[in-house]
Write a protein that binds this ligand. Structure first.
Ligand code: NAP
Length: 257
């Protein structure tokens, strides 16, 4: 494929976990990928690993300045932005009774405000692409489920879907689609921070009896970015091994019995 025919994707939070899986998936599919995180060395290391002309850039995506620098880097290096995977996020836990305003602001800014700022910064280039794609990484937590300690996180992830629906309408006339992947529990550096006990119990509560892999999420993101999904906008796909399906713990026990 000639270089000018290769599509360009930005993957935020591409230095680790789900973002790294998405970046690798897009590179394999022939995209030139800009890997974004606050840590330049980590972003560049992932870019070198996935190849295909990928490069890394450091940006704090909670700021307009960081997002504008990210979009400018993509345009300087590749001359286009065809897909934006707005995936950067964080999930520190705090129970409601102890949650500080700073805790709440941090999670909302990292997960929700960054989504808005990233899309806005890439908007002119996505419109110019004529086949622009925005793929958000939301979650089952918030839009469908809850978990103690994650009221702020759940609000940020449900908020992304509210943002998505109006953005999808506003951008539809430009051929730009906006969709969201809703992962269940995916084994990443971030999730490992929850501890082995959490990971074991979570795997047990999933009908497929395993945590998801980052490649499971990359596949769904690639679908939304593909030509096959040109007429799909404002939609979600749950990728969770069936985690949200059981009506109760009894539903899983009945399988074993
Ligand atoms: P992770 O392993 O902790 O990776 C998070 C990524 O986001 C890193 O590359 C991190 O790099 C980047 N990041 C965080 N804050 C940033 C900021 N202000 N500016 C730029 N980059 C920033 O997390 P993950 O588990 O892969 O999660 C990725 C996304 O999936 C998140 O949106 C999360 O909510 C969502 N999700 C995850 C799961 C799961 O089970 N893992 C489930 C549902 C949804 P730096 O820290 O170096 O900046």
């Amino acid at each position: 494929m000639a270089l000018e025919e290769q599509r360009v994707a930005i993957v935020t939070g591409g230095s680790k976990g789900i973002g790294k899986g998405i970046a690798r998936g897009f590179a394999k599919a022939g995209y030139r990928v800009l890997v974004v995180s606050r840590n330049l060395a980590e972003a560049e290391a992932v870019a070198a690993e996935i190849g295909g002309g990928a490069s890394g850039v450091a940006a704090d995506l909670t700021t307009g300045e960081g997002n504008r620098a990210m979009a400018a880097a993509a345009l300087d290096r590749y001359g286009a932005i065809d897909a934006l995977c707005a995936n950067a996020g964080a999930f520190p836990a705090a129970k409601l009774a102890d949650m500080t305003e700073a805790d709440f602001d941090f999670v909302i800014n990292t997960n929700l405000k960054s989504t808005f700022l990233s899309v806005q910064a890439c908007l002119p280039a996505l419109k110019a692409s004529g086949r622009g794609r925005v793929v958000l990484t939301s979650s089952i937590t918030g839009p469908i489920t809850g978990y103690p300690g994650w009221s702020h996180y759940g609000a940020s992830k449900a908020g992304q879907l509210g943002f998505m629906r109006t953005a999808a309408i506003e951008l539809a006339p430009f051929g730009v689609t906006v969709n969201a992947v809703m992962p269940g529990n995916i084994l990443t550096e971030g999730l490992e921070g929850m501890g082995q006990d959490y990971l074991n119990k979570m795997a047990d509560s999933i009908p497929m009896k395993r945590l998801g892999s980052v490649d499971d999420i990359a596949g769904a993101a690639l679908y939304f970015a593909s030509d096959a999904a040109a007429y799909v906008t404002g939609q979600t796909i749950v990728v969770d091994g069936g985690q949200v399906l059981p009506e109760s713990l009894g539903a899983l026990e009945a399988m074993e019995g």
